[in-house]
Structure formats: C-alpha cells, structure tokens
Design a protein around this ligand. Structure first.
Ligand code: SF4
Ligand code: SF4
Ligand code: SF4
Length: 252
C-alpha cells in the first residue's frame, strides 16, 4: 500500500489490552477514568461541546457499547463492548498520515499522535476501521488511546498505578494490560486459554488488543427475560464495526 508515514518492520514488545466480554458489566468506569486521566494529565484536555445541553458531544478515547445477543442455545443476554485503539501492527491510520504526526513506537508498539505536528486533516480517522480515533473539536487535532504511556513508565506513581487508567479502575477485572508479543505473559496466556479474538481480522490491520468472548449463560428453569421488550436493536442492518460485532456475537 502507498504510505505517507512509515511503520516499523517489527516492534520489540506488543503492549496492548485484553478485554473480557464475559465479565464486563458495562459500568463505564473505564470510560470515566480514561477521560479523567487524559484530561488532567500532561496532555491537553479532552474537550466537550454543549455538555449539559440538548445535543452533547465530546472526546472520549474509550467508549462502551451494549448489545442484546441471543445465542443459538440459551436465553438472550446483554454483551457490553468496550472500544478503544487496538494498537494495530499494520496500522492504516499511521500509513495515511501526511505529516508523520501519527506513529508507531518500535520499542513497545504503542500508536501515538504528536499533536504539534497534526494538521487535523482527519485522514487517520477515515482509515481506521474501528472508529478508534477522536477529533478534538476544540483544538482541531486528532486524539486516541495512548495506553496511558504517561502512567505505565511513570516512576513518580506508586507501582500499582503504572498501568492504564481503565485497567486500574475496572471493578470487575475485565481489562488486562501486558506484552502480547511475549507468549509467556499473563495476557498471552489468557488469550490462549480463552480463545481471544481479533476484531475484524479481515481488515488486515493485525490488532494487538484482543477480546475474550462471552460465554453463553445457563437458562434458569421458567426464566423470563424482563428486559428484552425494552431493548431496541442497534440498527436495522448494522454495518461496519457494529455490524461485525453483531454478526460475531450472534454466532457464539
Ligand atoms: S485501532 Fe485504528 S487508530 Fe488504533 S492503530 Fe488500529 S487503525 Fe490505528
Ligand atoms: S488528522 Fe493529524 S494525525 Fe490524523 S492523518 Fe491528519 S495530520 Fe495525521
Ligand atoms: S470498567 Fe470494566 S466492567 Fe466497567 S465498562 Fe469498563 S471494562 Fe466493562
């Protein structure tokens, strides 16, 4: 593919997240802690527009979507799907960047944006098949998950805080952080044991982050699903990332 910004041939480590769709309860604590850390830390704040008005929007580096899924066997269940940058090995968002503002680090594989070189053209957001990039409307620069690069190597923080804010805060321990390039790491072993999935592998982006599939719930005898009548479908014919999630979870 023609590229404007080069990707490294290989990275020494593949730092990323493993997200457990079986235990995520959709509480949004990770969304709030991500926004909090990335607004108060060394980077510029993640802006909001009209936050208390009729049509609020804002910059979030991590979002959670909820779906109702009906497995072939078993009752319908809710699946909560956290979404953030997957730090892809073949990151199309980097390749299309005309200024070199987007880059992937050789030492640990983290994909970052150098905000002072970003011209806000939006090409990277167009190229990312996962919708993982966020244009900050106040500043006109692109932002994205940094894997909390300003926490994980930060000697000024207590050791237990040197992990991404979302991982540190998740009350159900559904988020795990580590080196997915090391087969002996805890995250790699989790992926092997639980059949961790790549998101939309057909896109050829080789995402580093992995998702652990939800397990079907056992039906209780005589159970009625009280929530089902109130849950609207996400879209009549979901397309793109949401369509992929819908089809994939539907097969579980
Ligand atoms: S998820 Fe999107 S923004 Fe993140 S590295 Fe992959 S293509 Fe780029
Ligand atoms: S919006 Fe910024 S980071 Fe994205 S492609 Fe354009 S210059 Fe690069
Ligand atoms: S904090 Fe954990 S349980 Fe809550 S939405 Fe995020 S990943 Fe799911």
């Amino acid at each position: 593919m023609f590229s404007m910004t080069a990707l490294p041939d290989h990275t020494d480590r593949k730092l990323g997240l493993v997200i457990d769709l079986d235990t995520c309860v959709g509480c949004h604590a990770c969304v709030v802690s991500c926004k909090g850390w990335n607004t108060q830390s060394q980077d510029s704040p993640l802006s909001d527009q009209d936050p208390y008005g009729a049509d609020p929007t804002g910059t979030f580096l991590n979002r959670v979507h909820s779906f109702e899924v009906t497995p072939e066997q078993g009752p319908p269940q809710l699946v909560h799907f956290p979404r953030s940058c997957l730090h892809c090995e073949d990151a199309p968002c980097v390749a299309v960047c005309p200024t070199g503002a987007s880059y992937k680090r050789t030492e640990d594989g983290i994909v970052l944006v150098n905000e002072s070189d970003c011209i806000g053209c939006g090409l990277c957001a167009w190229a990312c098949p996962y919708g993982a990039r966020e244009m900050d409307a106040a500043e006109g620069v692109m932002k994205k998950c940094t894997l909390c690069v300003d926490r994980i190597y930060n000697d000024n923080l207590p050791e237990e805080d040197r992990t991404p804010a979302c991982v540190r805060t998740c009350p159900s321990n559904a988020r795990h952080f580590g080196d997915l390039g090391d087969p002996e790491s805890e995250v790699s072993q989790l992926v092997a044991e639980r059949g961790g999935m790549d998101l939309m592998p057909e896109q050829g982006t080789k995402p580093v982050n992995k998702y652990l599939p939800p397990r079907p719930r056992d039906a209780w005898e005589g159970e009625t699903d009280v929530l089902a009548p109130y849950l609207e479908p996400v879209a009549e014919e979901p397309r793109g990332l949401l369509g992929w999630i819908d089809r994939t979870l539907g097969k579980l």
